[in-house]
Design a binder for this molecule. Structure first.
Ligand SMILES: Cc1cc2nc3c(=O)[nH]c(=O)nc-3n(C[C@H](O)[C@H](O)[C@H](O)COP(=O)(O)OP(=O)(O)OC[C@H]3O[C@@H](n4cnc5c(N)ncnc54)[C@H](O)[C@@H]3O)c2cc1C
Length: 405
């Protein structure tokens, strides 16, 4: 069965997020971007609306909506700015959904519930100074010390580094086992030996908080191991299936914003005695944005439908992320072009869209990594095996028995 309709609940959700963005983000974002300021109060207001755990079951403090509702939230948030969508991506997509998928009941009670309610903020620490695409090159270690591990190392380019309370951190428990020697941990900011430092001078997402997190002999209780020892690589990759989904959805928001600004400008600006929208080469850029938006949305919501069915969706999510982010970058670039010289100044928002659109082409798998993945799937060099833990299918009715197993 194929159904391209949104439910009434999803339509209402879109309206709610859109009016929130228009009211709470749009009037201030230019200033926040200029000042490289992350406005943390936006997260509490998103929490008030139930949007920090929109697709987490109600029994774990969330709103219990489906996975495509998370896509709607991300799309609409990024129409305002990439910074706040990125925050939801790491908090919900990379962190909370991973605890939902891999956490034990105790971890869900302690960490997932407050995160879903937005009382605590979660983030995701995988990348290191010498380990980005090549995850196994990481150097952070977690050494077994009886009832706890000792964590040493650092992570970089971590979104919400100064804001989050809880971090999913990946470290080697046994380097000799390579990928199979990486483990995942829930780490609290308040623990001794933890510190963070923001990166300033970014090209885009300047209204976001990104930087380093450092671990100097941090004591991590054994209860904070997520999954089993050695499952960290698998957990990280499955987390990316959810993070990438949110990035792809957000990219649709950038295309929407680029299109909106361009349509307005096309009607306002005239050259050679007619609106610029009447020039065919300008129309070509508009048509590409329109096509990019619809194609990206179809890919995103297809991946969301697979998540709703509880099916593995690594291949489909990778394709959505790759294509939507490329379309978004092109759309923002064309939006600047349509605005001519005015697009080159921050008098109009399109220059921010272009600067922001670059990071999603890099993070959560670069364009090149996704290109290679898609080729490998097509060639039969890569195939997805079933995971021991899957995200619960939606509707969530059966989740409690399933998760309690
Ligand atoms: C704004 C922002 C926020 C981020 N937030 C987070 C976060 O919250 N948590 C987190 O863990 N990380 C985060 N990251 C890090 C991000 O995920 C990494 O930057 C990304 O995985 C790429 O790694 P790298 O930068 O080390 O590039 P590298 O891996 O060093 O790649 C450099 C270049 O080589 C290419 N390349 C590498 N390997 C191959 C290959 N096999 N085939 C073809 N080409 C290849 C890449 O495509 C790229 O063009 C963030 C990054 C940014 C910019």
């Amino acid at each position: 069965m194929m159904n391209f309709d949104f439910t009434d609940e999803q339509e209402l959700l879109r309206k709610t997020v859109r009016s929130f963005v228009d009211r709470e983000i749009m009037p201030y974002i230019k200033e926040w971007d200029e000042k490289q300021h992350f406005e943390t109060s936006i997260l509490s207001r998103l929490a008030d609306l139930g949007l920090m755990g929109v697709c987490i079951p109600e029994q774990y403090g969330g709103s219990g909506m489906d996975y495509n509702s998370l896509a709607i939230v991300c799309e609409e948030l990024e129409r305002g700015d990439t910074a706040f969508r990125t925050a939801v991506s790491v908090h919900t997509g990379l962190n909370s959904m991973t605890i939902l998928q891999w956490g034990n009941e105790e971890q869900k009670q302690k960490y997932l519930i407050p995160q879903s309610k937005g009382e605590k903020v979660g983030a995701f620490g995988l990348t290191e100074p010498n380990a980005g695409s090549d995850v196994a090159a990481m150097q952070t270690t977690a050494t077994d010390a009886g009832d706890h591990y000792i964590l040493n190392g650092s992570k970089t380019w971590i979104s919400l580094c100064d804001v989050a309370d809880y971090f999913l951190v990946f470290a080697y428990t046994d380097k000799s086992k390579k990928h199979h020697g990486i483990s995942a941990f829930i780490v609290e900011r308040s623990w001794e030996g933890f510190s963070s430092k923001a990166i300033k001078g970014k090209l885009g997402i300047r209204a976001g908080n990104t930087g380093e997190i450092l671990f100097d002999n941090v004591k991590v209780p054994k209860q904070n191991l997520l999954g089993s020892e050695g499952e960290g690589f698998k957990i990280a990759m499955s987390a990316l299936d959810n993070g990438r989904f949110t990035v792809a959805a957000g990219a649709c928001g950038t295309i929407m914003a680029s299109l909106e600004a361009s349509l307005k400008y096309c009607h306002e600006r005239s050259t050679f005695g007619k609106e610029i929208g009447r020039h065919q080469l300008v129309q070509q850029m508009i048509a590409k944005m329109e096509a990019g938006l619809i194609q990206s949305r179809l890919l995103v919501y297809r991946a969301g439908c697979l998540k709703n069915q509880g099916k593995r969706n690594t291949r489909e999510t990778s394709l959505a992320k790759w294509q939507a982010c490329d379309y978004a970058f092109e759309a923002a670039n064309d939006a600047v072009q349509i605005h001519g010289a005015y697009g080159f100044s921050n008098e109009y928002p399109v220059e921010r869209y272009l600067r922001n659109a670059k990071a999603p082409v890099i993070y959560e798998g670069t364009r090149e990594i996704h290109t290679v993945m898609q080729a490998e799937y097509a060639l039969g060099y890569r195939a997805d095996k079933p995971l021991s833990n899957m995200l619960p299918a939606w509707p969530f009715e059966s989740v409690s028995e399933e998760i309690m197993k």
